[in-house]
Ligand binder design. Structure first.
Ligand code: CUA
Length: 353
């Protein structure tokens, strides 16, 4: 047992490393890969695992061996081990080996990063805006109306440059299936690239703790064929609902809505709902599918206009079962005009009947 401790440790370490590497490669760590960027990132991860496992095994076996072999025996309570210093060869080895590994791995990671961030021809820009607690996506169009959407609709095989901003606190734009992730920081625009390669719906996640509703700050990336994307975009451009900035609500209408014309007021309300509420609330009539707040499709039944108004301007007074206070912004009286709030009340009251 005691004659060849180093040889024994090497054998134990080699076996443990082999098992660890096999396990690391067998485990399916990742969600489906849906972008060109995914494969090189997954390979990088595998390589890092293969290199890390033997290092972990080395440190662990040496630690365990020393704890066992050099443990204090009765009568040694007052003794101290001999001081060790001046083993130049050992110090050169344990400095040089990690340094070489680090430089090699960093160079490899850098080339992967440079490759996945390379500028591509025919790149399409999508604006991503994070705001407690929802994502909004903008599609700048040359000479056309700007289109905004709460769903991230993307054409397959087209390189996308995401320009990411935040309106209040730091968020983090993450599409796990694309393997890309970038902080959304107030006051600056960050960029990240991805080229979707698979049709389907993939989760968009906020990966930075940003408040009580952080866990619900999710959206859907929907990768469609280029033709379907063009059709979707054209439809968004035509519809007054959901287009234009938050401040521009109603700008394309004939005139401001008035109390006399309940139909206009409700249509302003619907437009306001889609822009300001739909990313958190599902409402069948408005075609929205947010999940951060209660589904209003059925929840509105029997509510009076006064109750609906109170729920908008003072959301923490009555909180629906299963939801937390403090998630819904309490400042809609400041961020929306009085007319928009009147519109919302009129619209929601009309769909609740
Ligand atoms: Cu936004 Cu977490």
């Amino acid at each position: 047992m005691r004659r060849h401790p180093v040889a024994q440790m090497v054998i134990v370490g080699a076996i443990a490393s082999a098992i660890g590497i096999a396990l690391a490669l067998v485990i399916d760590w990742f969600p489906t890969d849906a972008a060109e960027q995914a494969a090189p990132i997954d390979t990088l991860y595998d390589v890092l695992m293969i290199v890390s496992v033997p290092v972990f095994v080395l440190v662990t076996t040496v630690t365990l061996y020393c704890a066992w072999e050099f443990k204090m025996k009765p009568g040694q309570e007052k003794q101290d081990g001999p001081p060790i210093h001046g083993n130049t060869r050992l110090e050169v080895i344990w400095t040089a080996v990690p340094a070489i590994m680090l430089v090699a791995l960093c160079s490899y990671a850098y080339t992967v990063l440079r490759d996945i961030e390379e500028k591509q021809p025919n790149t399409m820009v999508v604006d991503v805006v994070g705001q407690q607690f929802a994502w909004r996506f903008g599609y700048p169009q040359e000479g056309g109306r700007p289109v905004t959407s709460t769903m991230l609709v993307l054409p397959k095989d087209r390189p996308i440059l995401f320009k990411v901003r935040a309106e209040d606190v730091i968020h983090d734009f993450w599409v796990p299936a694309f393997r890309v992730k970038i902080d959304a920081v107030p006051g600056m625009t960050t960029e990240v690239r991805a080229t979707p390669t698979k049709l389907g719906r993939f989760p968009v996640v906020c990966a930075e703790l940003c408040g009580l509703g952080h866990a619900t700050m999710r959206a859907t990336a929907w990768v469609v064929s280029p033709a379907a994307y063009e059709r979707w975009l054209a439809r968004q451009g035509e519809a007054p609902v959901g287009s234009g900035g938050a401040q521009g609500a109603g700008a394309d209408e004939e005139g401001p809505a008035t109390d006399e014309d309940a139909g206009d007021l409700a249509s302003l309300g619907r437009e306001t709902f889609v822009q300001s509420c739909g990313s958190c609330h599902t409402l069948a009539d408005a075609g929205t599918s947010g999940a951060a707040g209660p589904d209003l499709t059925d929840a509105l039944g029997g509510q009076s206009e006064d109750e609906i108004r109170e729920d908008i301007v003072d959301p923490d007074k009555r909180v629906a079962e299963g939801f937390e206070p403090g998630v819904m912004p309490a400042n809609f009286e400041e961020t929306l005009s009085a007319e928009q709030i009147d519109g919302l009340v009129a619209y929601l009251a009309s769909v609740s009947r």
